[in-house]
Design a protein around this ligand. Structure first.
Ligand SMILES: [Zn+2]
Length: 73
């Protein structure tokens, strides 16, 4: 009886552990999809230092956060 209960507890523990890992994996996957689905017009590419950054406030001109130069679309 003790052995059966012990293996059942291990089994349940492994089952819960796998569910937690699966949920974490889903969460990480959702975060990645969210980054990939950002509107391309918000992604800026600096012509001076080739730094890629996201700016959702400006539409025509944007200041590069790395070198401070102005970039236009
Ligand atoms: Zn720059």
């Amino acid at each position: 009886m003790i052995n059966i209960d012990f293996s059942l507890a291990i089994g349940l523990y492994m089952f819960i552990f796998l569910i937690v890992v699966f949920l974490l994996w889903l969460g990480i996957r959702k975060d990645k999809e969210r980054v990939l689905t950002i509107d391309p017009k918000y992604i800026w590419f600096c012509n001076i230092c080739t730094h890629t950054y996201i700016n959702t406030k400006e539409e025509k001109f944007s200041v590069c956060p790395r070198c401070g130069s102005y970039n236009k679309k």
